[in-house]
Design a protein around this ligand. Structure first.
Ligand code: FE2
Length: 279
């Protein structure tokens, strides 16, 4: 456990963001109530495992969850949540940037250390390379089971969000800042990911928001329960994205289905085309 506090009350947004800026992550406690937790879990089940046939040690991802999930849009009516989102973005007029949900089943091992940010990729090859280029928190995630190293959740490497960070002591960063491996090894060398210096197994409860910075390195911890998580990202509308893919019909359908008072969140929204590849 780190020797500093990273848990904050939802009314203490400034202190939470100061922690995010200094250490690269923070947890805001009880951002949503347990009814909302249940509604989001139910929504993830409906979208990702409607037949209940996801096998053990498996996962499924929805890469544009806000397009299909109804309860996600109740978040924007939560004053605490929106106060945090607006403060993080400096009060700018916001649009939906991207969203996702992940369902995992017990038996999955720990994932690879990585950073989501792709701003160092000069010629974007995938949708992530196009979208993950902005100085906005890469994780504003609800781990709906909470997060704990004994059960499941997320681990981060503290202070890995500084641009000059070149990897933890004793480890080498893979090509194009992909993955970490021990000095003297190769990208395929096996090691215990939790042993990496600076690793913080994030501890959080259902309803807490786990937030990490654009560059923060993170990895999902071994999964020992049916694990639900989802994340919604916004960005200032002034940061236009000229997406190289046509607007997906599902993105257009979102604008149609949202009530008038929420439609403005889709101005500038690109959708997510996971099939797109650079020519
Ligand atoms: Fe990630």
């Amino acid at each position: 456990m780190p020797g500093y506090n990273y848990h904050f009350h939802r009314d203490d947004v400034e202190a939470a963001i100061a922690c995010l800026n200094e250490h690269g992550f923070c947890v805001i406690q009880q951002m949503i109530d347990q009814d909302m937790v249940a509604a989001l879990k139910e929504s993830i089940d409906r979208q990702l495992d409607p037949k209940g046939d996801l096998g053990p040690a498996s996962n499924r991802y929805h890469m544009s969850f806000a397009e299909d999930s109804e309860p996600v849009w109740d978040l924007v009516d939560s004053p605490a949540y929106m106060r945090f989102i607006r403060t993080v973005h400096g009060g700018a007029d916001l649009c939906l940037h991207r969203s996702a949900a992940i369902l995992r089943t017990p038996g999955e091992g720990m994932g690879r250390w990585h950073q989501d940010h792709r701003g160092h990729i000069e010629n974007p090859q995938h949708a992530n390379d196009v979208l993950n280029r902005f100085p906005i928190p890469s994780g504003a995630w609800f781990y709906l089971n909470g997060s704990h190293p004994d059960r499941s959740g997320i681990a981060v490497i503290e202070k890995s969000h500084y641009p000059e960070w070149e990897g933890p002591e004793g480890f080498i960063m893979g090509p194009a800042r992909n993955g970490l491996y021990p000095e003297g090894g190769t990208p395929d060398t096996l090691y215990d990911p939790m042993s990496v210096p600076g690793c913080v197994p994030v501890v959080a409860d259902p309803g807490d928001l786990i937030c990490f910075a654009a560059l923060t390195w993170h990895a999902n911890m071994a999964t020992r329960e049916r694990r639900y998580s989802c994340g919604i990202g916004f960005r200032p509308k002034t940061w236009r994205i000229d997406a190289p893919w046509p607007l997906p019909s599902s993105a257009a359908a979102l604008t149609e289905r949202l009530p008038d008072r929420l439609k403005h969140y889709t101005e500038g929204y690109t959708g997510f085309d996971g099939e797109w590849r650079a020519e």
